[in-house]
Ligand binder design. Structure first.
Ligand SMILES: *Cc1c(COP(=O)(O)O)cnc(C)c1O
Length: 416
């Protein structure tokens, strides 16, 4: 039996892999208790946008913690949540008039799905079917898994997952459009999609015009369009929202990860006025029946307000543009390498496949890559044989170089 009683997420403890103890973090660096400095190449699983322990976010948390820790949010409110909702209304699309709080990306997706179904139920129309894109990931709760790709991650739970319509990933967009149009014409309630980049599905990138066309098809048949920007939001793809690049506004928008700059858990689902109105009534049976104990936790809201202030007052857009260029340069320097295939970039994210084509998540290459990166003191966590770099926006050149040097090293080793 191992010493720690902790059961870690997405971790096969039987493989006996070391689990480093991190005691401190700053900017793009993690410091372990045994004295190592690790470059965070994946923003600690896609959450850390501006950098670890950003002083303004840390100060906001400390200050809020002295005033109000937590309060029931059903029928009560507080200034950090009110300020955050106002702040989100200012920077998010005008059409998204309502803000519902929850705690994680998965719950923001559950909320969006329930709002979509509630919308149709309250209008007395029998539309229940949810349509999704192949290779999508929307979280690990039962509903979020139901709308995500099926595979080894959820085979054991498959009998409990609800049925959805699936459209192919748009490597050939017309096939996606045709499938989506069939589903929408048959009365699909909602289509949920990750805009521009399918994250956990392997950093699969598709162009803005495809997003725009999918949005247009949904609108034609009144199928609600849910944008899961949990990963893509907050500048990751080069713009505040990935949807902006396609000029589309969803009916429902899921945000989490970078909402607090990655400091503490918080999520929101933003909804159009029509979805709000379908629930707004003196009839209690039309209430939106969803809550969690820590809905809109004041300390988390204070962190998110500090994030908004950083977006307003610091040159975040410039940092993102610069990082995107620096990422492109380093990606280019690797392209043509015989062990690297399909190098691609979307905004601040780069990705590539390593080794020979077997992309299965459980391929033997995965653990081998992880061991290599661990030994190189970089935090990179490949998805199968897909290696991607998604650093905090503040990363310095030397650290970015260290990430790519470690990728080149393993690519060289694979070639030999
Ligand atoms: C990470 C992620 C989620 C789930 O978020 P959690 O906070 O881990 O529950 C949902 N959708 C997308 C696109 C994600 O990348």
């Amino acid at each position: 039996m191992s010493e720690s009683p902790i059961w870690h997420p997405f971790t096969q403890h039987g493989l006996g892999e070391p689990i480093p103890l991190v005691s401190r973090a700053e900017g793009a660096a993690l410091y372990t208790q045994d004295g190592r400095r690790i470059v965070d190449g994946i923003s600690s699983w896609w959450v850390t946008t501006h950098g670890h322990c950003h002083p303004r976010i840390m100060a906001a948390i400390a200050e809020q913690a002295r005033k109000l820790d937590q309060i029931i949010f059903a029928g009560w409110t507080h200034e950090p949540a009110e300020a955050l909702a106002r702040g989100l209304r200012e920077i998010m699309p005008d059409e998204l008039t309502r803000v519902f709080f929850s705690d994680s990306g998965s719950t923001s997706v559950e909320v969006a799905l329930k709002m979509a179904l509630g919308f149709w139920a309250n209008r007395g129309e029998a539309r229940h079917r949810i349509v999704v894109m192949e290779h999508s990931y929307h979280g690990d709760t039962i509903g979020a898994m139901s709308v995500g790709a099926r595979g080894v991650f959820n085979a054991a739970y498959a009998p409990l997952l609800f049925d959805v319509g699936r459209v192919p990933f748009p490597s050939e967009p017309q096939a996606t459009y045709d499938a989506l149009e069939r589903e929408c014409a048959a009365g699909a309630a909602a289509f949920i999609v990750e805009p521009l980049v399918l994250g956990a599905g392997g950093m699969l990138v598709y162009p803005p015009e495809v997003l725009a066309e999918m949005r247009r098809i949904c609108a034609t048949y009144d199928t609600l369009f849910i944008a899961d920007e949990v990963m893509t939001g907050w500048g990751r793809t080069g713009t505040l929202l990935a949807c902006e690049q396609a000029g589309v506004v969803p009916d429902l928008l899921c945000l989490s990860k970078g909402l607090t700059g990655g400091a503490v858990p918080l999520a929101v689902t933003m909804a159009s006025e029509a979805i709000w109105e379908a629930h707004y009534s003196a009839d209690r049976s039309r209430t939106f029946f969803h809550s969690s104990s820590y809905t809109a936790n004041p300390i988390a809201c204070a962190a998110a307000n500090a994030n908004l202030a950083i977006w307003r007052e610091e040159p975040v857009a410039e940092r993102i543009a610069t990082l995107s260029l620096r990422q492109e340069e380093r990606l280019t320097s690797l392209s043509g390498h015989p062990a690297i295939a399909n190098p691609r970039r979307c905004g601040t994210i780069t990705a590539m496949e390593l080794g020979s084509g077997d992309a299965a998540y459980l391929s033997d290459l995965g653990p081998h890559l992880m061991a290599h990166f661990r030994q190189a003191n970089v935090l990179l966590r490949p998805l199968g044989n897909t290696v991607y770099v998604m650093p905090p926006y503040c990363i310095e050149d030397a650290d970015l170089d260290a990430l790519y040097a470690s990728i080149r090293e393993i690519a060289d080793a694979l070639t030999r």
